[in-house]
Design a protein around this ligand. Structure first.
Ligand code: AMP
Ligand code: MG
Length: 536
C-alpha cells in the first residue's frame, strides 16, 4: 500500500506533549518490568521491527491529525507507525495505571503493550495523542511480550472506526501495520501455542487516561500525585469546568458519570458487548477503549458474552453492561475520595449515572421503535414484551430492528401477506416459528402498529428516523474474521473494503448487502466468530 503521508511534512508536525511535560515520570530509566511509584508514566522506546508494511489506514483520521494526505511511495508511514522511526518532537512513554479486573483489585497494570508517541496539535488546535498498540515491552508488560497479533489488530482497527461511524464515542484508529515479526500466542490458553503474524495499530484519542490511572495512585496512598493528575485532567480535557476546586472535582466526576452512561446506552442500542469492562479499560472521557474480545449480539441473548475467559461468570455479558458501568464508577469514586473527603456528594454524582441511564435508555428504545418520545404508559409494556419475545426463538437483533421500519403501519393496510413477512430475515431457524410464537408476536405487532400510528409521522419519515438509529451494518465477528483469514493469507485488501462499508452503517448499500447478512452456520461455533479470548 502506498503511503498516505507526504514525507517532507513529517518534521513539521507540531507536538505538545503535556502528559510528560506536566506530570512526574518514572525515575527508573531502563525498560525493565517493575512497580512504578510516585510517577504517572515511564519513558520508553518502541521496539524495532524487521519489515513494517502498511496494511490499511483511515484517511479520515490521517486528515484529522493534520497529516498531509498525498500518495507517496516512501515507506515513512509504516516506519513511523510501527515505531521504527521517531520524529524529533515525539517523546514516547507508557502510562502507569491499575485496575479492577473481573471485580478484583489487580494492582499495577499500565500500558503493557501500548506506547504513546506524543500529542499532536492539529490545525483546529486540538490535541490528539498517538498511541502504538503492540510496539514492544514496557515496565508494565508483566509476564507478557508487549506485542499484538494481526487478528486482534485488525479487530481493533476496524471496530474503532466502525463505532465512530455508528455515532458512538470511541478512540480512533489511524493505521494498521504488519511488523514482519512472528508472535507466539496460545489463543485459548489450552496448551496449543502458535506462531502468528505481528502487527501494530496506531490509535488516537484526545486522552488515553483511564479510571485505573487514578485508582493506582490512591491504592498507593499517593494523594498529592492523585490531585495533580486530577487537576491535569481537568485542565487539559475538561477546560470548560474552570479552575480546579472541590466543586470542580465533583462536576468533573458527574460529567464522567453522564458520559459513561451515554456511551453504554449506545452500546446497548447497537448490540455491542465490550467483553472486558475492567476499570483499566474505562476511559475518563467516556470513550469506548481497548477493543479485545468484544462482539456484537447476533441472536438476541442478553446473557451473551464474546469473551471465553468470562463464560462462567458472564460478568461482562450484554445485559450486565449498564450495571458494570455503575460499579466501575463506584471504584472511580472511591479512588478520588481522598480529594473530596465526603461520600455524600460522590453518591449524588453516582445517582446521575442511574438517572441519565434510565432516561437515556427509555429514549433510545423509543427511538429504536420509531417513536418521537417515550410514553411510559404504553411503552414500558411494549418494550418489556418485545425483550421477552426476542429471546423466544433465535432472532437477529440488528436485522429485526432494521426491518421493523418496513412494517406497513398504514390504517388501510391490506392483509395480503403475513404481518411477520418483513421480519422473516431476522430468524435463524424458521422451524422455531410455531403457531404459539406467531400469535404472540402477532399480538405485539398489532399493539406496536397501533402505538406507531399515534405518532402522526409519515411512513417515509418514520422509516428515515428508525434507520438513523438502527444500523444496517455492524461489524459482526464473522465478517471481521473473513478479513482476518484473508489478511493472514497475504491479502489485507478486505480490511480497507470493510472500513469503507462501515463508514456508512445506517445507509442502504445494495452492493454490500452480503455484509448485512446474519451470521452463517459455519460461523456459529468457530473460534474468532463466536469465541474470543483476551489473548491478543
Ligand atoms: P487488557 O485485558 O487487554 O485490557 O490488558 C490488561 C493489562 O495487560 C494491561 O495492562 C495491558 O497492557 C496488559 N497486556 C495485555 N496484553 C499484553 C501483552 N501482549 N504484552 C504486555 N502486556 C499486555
Ligand atoms: Mg486494557
Amino acid at each position: 500500500m502506498n503511503s498516505p503521508l507526504h514525507a517532507e511534512n513529517l518534521e513539521s508536525i507540531v507536538f505538545d506533549n503535556r502528559f510528560v511535560n506536566e506530570l512526574p515520570g518514572d525515575p527508573v530509566k531502563e525498560n525493565r518490568r517493575h512497580q512504578v511509584h510516585g510517577a504517572c508514566y515511564t519513558r520508553v522506546r518502541p521496539a524495532k521491527v524487521s519489515s513494517p508494511k502498511l496494511l490499511a489506514y483511515s484517511a479520515e483520521v490521517v486528515k484529522l491529525m493534520g497529516l498531509s494526505h498525498q500518495t507517496d511511495i516512501s515507506n515513512n508511514f509504516a516506519e513511523l507507525f510501527s515505531g521504527n522511526r521517531l520524529l524529533q518532537n515525539m517523546d514516547p512513554y507508557a502510562m502507569c495505571y491499575g485496575g479492577h479486573q473481573f471485580g478484583n483489585w489487580a494492582g499495577q497494570l499500565g500500558d503493557g503493550r501500548a506506547i504513546n508517541l506524543g500529542e499532536i496539535i492539529n490545525a483546529r488546535n486540538e490535541h490528539w495523542t498517538l498511541q502504538l498498540k503492540g510496539a514492544g515491552a514496557t515496565p508494565y508488560s508483566r509476564s507478557a511480550d508487549g506485542l499484538a497479533v494481526l487478528r486482534s489488530s485488525i479487530r481493533e482497527f476496524l471496530c474503532s472506526e466502525a463505532m465512530h461511524h455508528l455515532g458512538i464515542p470511541t478512540t480512533r484508529a489511524l493505521s494498521l501495520v504488519s511488523t514482519g515479526e512472528t508472535v507466539i500466542r496460545d489463543m485459548f490458553y489450552d496448551g496449543h501455542p502458535k506462531e502468528e503474524p505481528g502487527a501494530v495499530v496506531c490509535r488516537v484519542s484526545p486522552s488515553f487516561i483511564r479510571f485505573g490511572n487514578f485508582e493506582i495512585l490512591t491504592s498507593r496512598g499517593e494523594t498529592n500525585l492523585l490531585q495533580q493528575l486530577i487537576d491535569f485532567t481537568i485542565r487539559t480535557d475538561f477546560p470548560h469546568l474552570g479552575k480546579p476546586s472541590t466543586a470542580t472535582y465533583l462536576q468533573w466526576f458527574s460529567e464522567i458519570c453522564r458520559t459513561t452512561a451515554e456511551m453504554i446506552i449506545h452500546w446497548m442500542r447497537v448490540g455491542f458487548v465490550h467483553g472486558v469492562m475492567n476499570t483499566d479499560n474505562m476511559s475518563i472521557l467516556g470513550l469506548t477503549i481497548d477493543y479485545g474480545p468484544y462482539g456484537w449480539l447476533e441472536n438476541f441473548d442478553p446473557n451473551w458474552t464474546p469473551n471465553t475467559t468470562d463464560s462462567h461468570g458472564r460478568r461482562y455479558c450484554f445485559k450486565n453492561q449498564p450495571h458494570i458501568g455503575q460499579w466501575n464508577l463506584l471504584q472511580l469514586a472511591n479512588s478520588i475520595y481522598p480529594v473530596i473527603n465526603d461520600t455524600v456528594p460522590l453518591q449524588e454524582c453516582l445517582n446521575i449515572y442511574t438517572e441519565t441511564f434510565q432516561k437515556g435508555w427509555n429514549e433510545m428504545m423509543a427511538n429504536k421503535l420509531g417513536f418521537n418520545s417515550f410514553e411510559p404508559q404504553t411503552d414500558n409494556g411494549l418494550i418489556s414484551e418485545l425483550t421477552d419475545i426476542l429471546q423466544l426463538v433465535e432472532t437477529d437483533m440488528t436485522i429485526f430492528y432494521r426491518n421493523l421500519s418496513r412494517l406497513n403501519i398504514h390504517p388501510d393496510r391490506k392483509e395480503t401477506t403475513s404481518i411477520l413477512t418483513p421480519l422473516l430475515d431476522a430468524y435463524y431457524q424458521p422451524e422455531q416459528l410455531t403457531e404459539e410464537y406467531k400469535n404472540r408476536i402477532g399480538n405485539w405487532l398489532q399493539n406496536y402498529i397501533h402505538r406507531s400510528r399515534q405518532e402522526g409521522v409519515s411512513i417515509k419519515e418514520r422509516c428515515k428516523r428508525m434507520n438513523g438509529v438502527n444500523p444496517k451494518y455492524v461489524l459482526r465477528n464473522y465478517i471481521a474474521q473473513l478479513a482476518i483469514d484473508k489478511a493472514e493469507n497475504g491479502d489485507p485488501s478486505m480490511v480497507s473494503e470493510l472500513l469503507e462499508v462501515f463508514r456508512h452503517p445506517y445507509d442502504e448499500q445494495p452492493e454490500n448487502e452480503t455484509f448485512a447478512e446474519k451470521r452463517p452456520e459455519w460461523a456459529r461455533n468457530r473460534p474468532g466468530c463466536s469465541m474470543l479470548s483476551c489473548s491478543s
